[in-house]
Design a protein around this ligand. Structure first.
Ligand code: 9MR
Length: 399
C-alpha cells in the first residue's frame, strides 16, 4: 500500500539534509534497496516545532536613547559591577545613563566610625559615572537603616550638629558631581491609622520625638550644594494611604520653604500592582502644583503578590516558583513594565527612572522578604534581555 505524500519545500530540505522528522521504512536503509519495487512508505507526520522568537537584543544605546527626551535611565549597582571583568559593566555602559549606589553611599559605608570617612568606593562610583557619561544619584543621606548607632546618641542638639556635619562633608565632596541626593529616605509611616504621617524611628526619637531632623537634613544639603537636586524618597506611594501621607508631608515642607526639589517614588511593585495606582503616585504630586520634579528611584516588579505579613514576619509569602515561573507571570510583568514606561514618559515631571539592579541574578528580591527565586528586572540571570525590555522598546511586540 502506497501512501500519498505531500511534501513541502521545507520537508524536502529536511530529507536532503538527512533530517529526522521522517522515518522511511522499507527503503533498504535508503541506499541498498534494489528490488525494483516501489517500497511502501510509512510516514510519521513531522512535528512542526514552534519557531522560537528571535532573541531580543537591544542595540547599543537603545534603552537610554529611547527615553532621552524624557528621563535618564538608571540602575542601582554595586562597585564590582563597574569592573570590566563583570558581565554587567557593558550593559551599564551601553544601556544606562544614570547609576545609584545600591548601598555603598549610605552612612554605614561612608562613616562607620564618627568623624572617620572612607571615600574609596563612593569615589570610584562617582568616577565610573563620569568616565562613562552617566549621572549619579546619591542615595541616601538619612535613613533609619544602614546608619551607625553613634548618629543617634546625645541630645537633639548634638544629634542635629552631627547630622549637619555628616551631610555637609558628603554633599560638599560630591558638589556638582552627584546631581541629585535622596536627602531623607522612608520617613513616612506605613500605619494607616496613625495620627500623624511620620515614621516612628531612631531619627524621630533622636530628634526629641518629632520630625525636625527632616528640616535639618534638607537645609544642610542645600547649604553644601545650591545646585544639587534634593529629594525626599519613599516606597509604597502606589498605595493610596501612604501616598496621601506623603503628599501631606511634602506640602508641609514646601509651604515652610524647606528646600525640597524633587519627590522620589521607589516603586518596588509586583506583577499585580494596578498600573493606575502607580501612575496616580506621580499625578498626586503634579496635582498639588508644587513645581517639583519626580524620580522613579528603585523600580522593580516582583513575580509575587505577597500579603503584608510576608514583609512583616515572613508569613503567608507566595510559594517559590523555583525554575518554573509561569509564562503568564512573565507576560504580566512585561505588560506592566511597558505600560509604566509609557506612563512615565507621558508625565513631564518625571526626569529620571532607575531600576533597582541590572539583572535578575543580583536583585535584593532573591533574598527579601524571604529567599526565593525572583526575576524582577529587565535582564535575566544569564544577562539576556527579557521580554519586558522588548515590550518597553518595541511597539510591535506583544508580550
Ligand atoms: O538593595 C539594598 C540592599 O543591597 C542593601 O543591603 C540594603 C541595606 O543597605 O538596602 C537595599 O536597598 C534599599 C534602599 O536603600 C531603600 N529602599 C529599599 C531598598 C531595598 O531594601
Amino acid at each position: 500500500m502506497a501512501h500519498k505524500l505531500t511534501f513541502t519545500a521545507r520537508d524536502r530540505l529536511k530529507l536532503l539534509l538527512g533530517g529526522s522528522a521522517f522515518a522511511l521504512v522499507g527503503c533498504g536503509g535508503g541506499g541498498g534497496g534494489n528490488s525494483g519495487v516501489t517500497p511502501p512508505l510509512v510516514v510519521t507526520p513531522p512535528p512542526t516545532p514552534p519557531t522560537p522568537p528571535a532573541a531580543f537584543e537591544p542595540t547599543v544605546g537603545q534603552f537610554k536613547n529611547a527615553f532621552a527626551a524624557n528621563f535618564e535611565i538608571g540602575a542601582a549597582i554595586q562597585e564590582d559591577q563597574t569592573l570590566d571583568a563583570d558581565q554587567d559593566s557593558q550593559i551599564l555602559k551601553d544601556q544606562f545613563n544614570s547609576i545609584t549606589a545600591e548601598f555603598q553611599m549610605k552612612p554605614e559605608i561612608i562613616a562607620p566610625t564618627e568623624g572617620v570617612f572612607d571615600w574609596t568606593v563612593p569615589d570610584a562610583l562617582v568616577q565610573f559615572a563620569e568616565d562613562n557619561n552617566m549621572v549619579i544619584r546619591g542615595h541616601a543621606l538619612l535613613w533609619h537603616q544602614a546608619t551607625p548607632d553613634y548618629f543617634f546618641a546625645g541630645t537633639p542638639a548634638e544629634v542635629r550638629t552631627r547630622l549637619e556635619s555628616y551631610i555637609t562633608e558628603v554633599v560638599t565632596r560630591y558638589k556638582d558631581r552627584v546631581f541629585a541626593w535622596d536627602v531623607v529616605n522612608e520617613v513616612i509611616t506605613d500605619d494607616n491609622s496613625a495620627s500623624d504621617p511620620y515614621r516612628r524611628s531612631n531619627w524621630w526619637d533622636a530628634s526629641g520625638g518629632n520630625a525636625d531632623y527632616i528640616d535639618w537634613a534638607f537645609n544642610a544639603a542645600r547649604a553644601a550644594d545650591p545646585n544639587c537636586q534634593l529629594f525626599i524618597n519613599d516606597y509604597n506611594t502606589e498605595l493610596p494611604g501612604k501616598r496621601g501621607r506623603y503628599v501631606t508631608v511634602i506640602k508641609d515642607l514646601v509651604d515652610r520653604g524647606v528646600p525640597v526639589d524633587g519627590v522620589g517614588h521607589q516603586m518596588h511593585l509586583h506583577v499585580e500592582t494596578p498600573l493606575a495606582e502607580a501612575l496616580a503616585a506621580i499625578d498626586a504630586i503634579d496635582d498639588e502644583f508644587m513645581g517639583l520634579i519626580q524620580h522613579v528611584t528603585e523600580l522593580d516588579i516582583s513575580l509575587y503578590n505577597d500579603p503584608g505579613s510576608c514583609f512583616g514576619d515572613q508569613t503567608g509569602c507566595r510559594a517559590d516558583y523555583g525554575d518554573n515561573i509561569p509564562a503568564s507571570v512573565i507576560t504580566q510583568q512585561a505588560e506592566l513594565y511597558r505600560d509604566l514606561f509609557e506612563g512615565f514618559a507621558a508625565r513631564s515631571s518625571v526626569t529620571s527612572v532607575t531600576l533597582w539592579g541590572v539583572s535578575d541574578a543580583q536583585s535584593w528580591l532573591n533574598n527579601f522578604p524571604i529567599t526565593r527565586t525572583n526575576a524582577p528586572l529587565l535582564w535575566d540571570r544569564d544577562r539576556n534581555a527579557k521580554s519586558a525590555l522588548q515590550a518597553i522598546l518595541d511597539p510591535d511586540f506583544t508580550p
